[in-house]
Design a protein around this ligand. Structure first.
Ligand SMILES: [Zn+2]
Length: 288
């Protein structure tokens, strides 16, 4: 085969992938597609109906686009545990691809299953005693003794969507916020703490050793009290808390938050200064 023909084939494949991706994006009700760099991780923000992906020029990337579309189509907003969400997004994406006549490479199916197995592992490591039965079966995960396979309930956990997200002594860890903390850990390591704006959400975060440093846990607790006030003043509709896999980074996601970044940033730093006993004066230099 000559090189020109090979190139032509590649181009045709890229066109096809782009066209199918466009169709799936529409079917999923995705409103915003944001292009990311190869070094960044693809992800979806279901409530904003946005996906963050590389241009779908190969079958592999198309599979990723379809997967993220799945999260949007399924309204994955942190209601369900992440292994269930990932399982559903995988199944959704494979069906969407088949509908458009794209054979899903075996490698992609395998990697989807591996991902769900990892999520189950993670849940069990964090002390989960109940794992979604269908998800476990789909990816071939054998649950250890003491861990129960439970049937999926399509209803959100008791208390409703936002009530369950209220921070209660930082004991509630939301899978969505855990992912955010992982993101913070991977991409913002050079920042000790701060605030990120993400659509209608504002994210407070710290890369300061949550699990390792008692002062940081105190910092988050102090913040927690202040955020409760914010919630009561209805300047945010809810919040969720998460830590990264190694426990080093934390994130608090504030939903529909109207407080300014400056105010929130000051809040984060004040909490740290107070918790660490460094300074009490908010006007002094902020350093760690
Ligand atoms: Zn996913």
């Amino acid at each position: 085969m000559n090189i020109e023909k090979l190139r032509e084939g590649k181009r045709a494949m890229a066109d096809r992938c782009r066209a199918v991706a466009e169709a799936i994006v529409k079917e999923a009700g995705v409103k915003k597609v944001v292009e990311i760099k190869p070094s960044q991780r693809a992800h979806a923000h279901a409530t904003a109906r946005a996906i963050y992906v590389q241009p779908p020029t190969t079958r592999r990337r198309l599979t990723t686009v379809a997967h993220e579309c799945g999260h949007v189509a399924l309204n994955d907003d942190g209601r369900h545990r992440s292994h269930r969400q990932e399982y559903e997004a995988c199944v959704w994406s494979f069906e969407a691809l088949r509908r458009h006549g794209i054979a899903v490479p075996r490698k992609e199916v395998e990697s989807g299953k591996r991902y769900v197995r990892q999520k189950i592992d993670q849940a069990i490591r964090r002390g989960a005693k109940r794992i979604d039965r269908e998800a476990a079966r789909w990816c071939g995960y054998r649950l250890p003794a003491g861990v129960e396979a439970v049937r999926h309930s399509p209803l959100p956990p008791k208390g409703g969507r936002y009530a369950e997200r209220k921070i209660k002594g930082n004991e509630y860890f939301s899978p969505e916020a855990n992912e955010t903390a992982n993101y913070v850990h991977e991409h913002l390591m050079d920042q000790h703490r701060g605030v990120l704006v993400y659509g209608a959400e504002k994210i407070l975060y710290g890369n300061d050793g949550y699990q390792q440093d008692e002062r940081v846990r105190r910092e988050v607790k102090l913040l927690d009290e202040r955020l409760l006030e914010l919630l009561m003043q209805r300047r945010a509709t809810g919040s969720s808390f998460g830590v990264s896999d190694g426990g080093g980074s934390w994130a608090i996601v504030l939903h529909d938050c109207t407080a300014s970044v400056e105010e929130l940033n000051a809040m984060v730093w004040e909490a740290w200064l107070e918790a660490s006993g460094l300074k009490k004066d908010r006007n002094e230099q902020q350093e760690t």
